[in-house]
Design a protein around this ligand. Structure first.
Ligand SMILES: Nc1ncnc2c1ncn2[C@@H]1O[C@H](COP(=O)(O)OP(=O)(O)OP(=O)(O)O)[C@@H](O)[C@H]1O
Ligand SMILES: [Mg+2]
Length: 279
């Protein structure tokens, strides 16, 4: 796949396809922790995410697959074997049309555009030092077709971006790798951090109350127990057995929940003026 982590699209034992990030990716080993933990927490806030999984990749598969390498300027290194991070591809990659971006005009046809407000709550909370990234799927269920198919009502390539009646899309959060400031596990907050590249997605925001549902869930649904459960099965190789650092990260995540409204206000006051309809 494209991108700095050099992830690989793989078909897994459960029959689904996953975009897999490897322990020895060029970004940082800890981004696997950030992806698994971050995505689980986003789902807990009720945000649209791809199902995530720990993917066991064997030595043998890597040895027999020349493409399973990390490319560096002068060398190629085989991918590491063992547990890796997987983000499930929402259907069959040969049939499904996904978009990394949509033009502004088509953004208005995204059914769950309001979820971008919730994603910003999440990204401020976790100090995502990358811009927010999402996928867009043409949603066939909107036109009454395709209900119950394997993609959960998402269109195939025949439906295409412009060919869908009503032109409806759904958006899905991906790439939580730079939450907690990637490998640093720090929180260098800044007004523009975590914002999506297009202000258009924030046009529905009219005040702090527009973030209300997610701020409430942050307070009520994210308990110390939830954090413990969301992190318990993270393979220790992903954080190099440094359990103290993981615990410190979880503590900070828990404490930061109450800071989010203040961080949102700082974004609002920035020169970029991301919320044109905040009155
Ligand atoms: N669950 C998924 N389903 C389908 N495609 C995905 C999924 N997750 C990621 N992708 C695709 O793989 C690409 C790389 O994923 P991602 O952005 O997470 O990796 P990355 O290496 O961190 O990228 P970058 O550093 O450039 O932001 C994405 O641009 C997207 O097209
Ligand atoms: Mg990315």
């Amino acid at each position: 796949m494209r991108g700095g982590a050099q992830s690989h699209l793989m078909r897994c034992a459960d029959g689904h396809y996953y975009v897999v990030k490897f322990q020895n990716n060029p970004q940082h080993r800890r981004i696997l922790v950030n992806e698994l933990l971050g995505t689980r927490l986003a789902a807990r806030l009720g945000l649209p995410t791809a199902p995530v999984a720990i993917i066991e990749v064997s030595e043998e598969l890597i040895r027999l697959t020349p493409d399973l390498v990390m490319e560096h300027p002068r060398h190629r290194f085989p991918c590491h074997a063992g547990p890796q991070f997987g983000s499930r591809y929402p259907g069959d990659p040969r049939r499904l049309t996904l978009h990394d971006f949509l033009p502004d005009q088509q953004l208005l046809q995204v059914q769950n555009l309001h979820d971008f407000a919730g994603m910003l709550v999440f990204d401020k909370w976790t100090c995502n030092t990358n811009g927010r990234q999402t996928l867009f799927l043409a949603d066939r269920s909107f036109t009454g077709e395709g209900a119950g198919d394997v993609t959960g009502g998402l269109t195939d390539s025949a439906g295409g971006a412009s060919g869908v009646a009503g032109g409806a899309y759904r958006t899905l959060m991906i790439d939580q790798g730079f939450c907690f400031s990637a490998g640093d596990w720090k929180f260098p907050d800044a007004p523009l951090r975590g914002l999506y590249a297009r202000n258009r997605v924030y046009e529905g925001i009219t005040g702090m109350q527009s973030f209300g549902p997610w701020l409430e869930r942050l307070e009520n649904r994210i308990t110390e127990r939830v954090l413990d459960e969301a992190s318990r099965d993270i393979p220790s190789e992903w954080y190099e057995d440094d359990y103290d650092s993981l615990l410190r990260l979880l503590e900070q995540i828990f404490r930061r929940r109450t800071r989010v409204p203040e961080l949102l206000l700082e974004a609002k006051k920035s020169n970029r003026q991301p919320f044109p309809n905040w009155v």
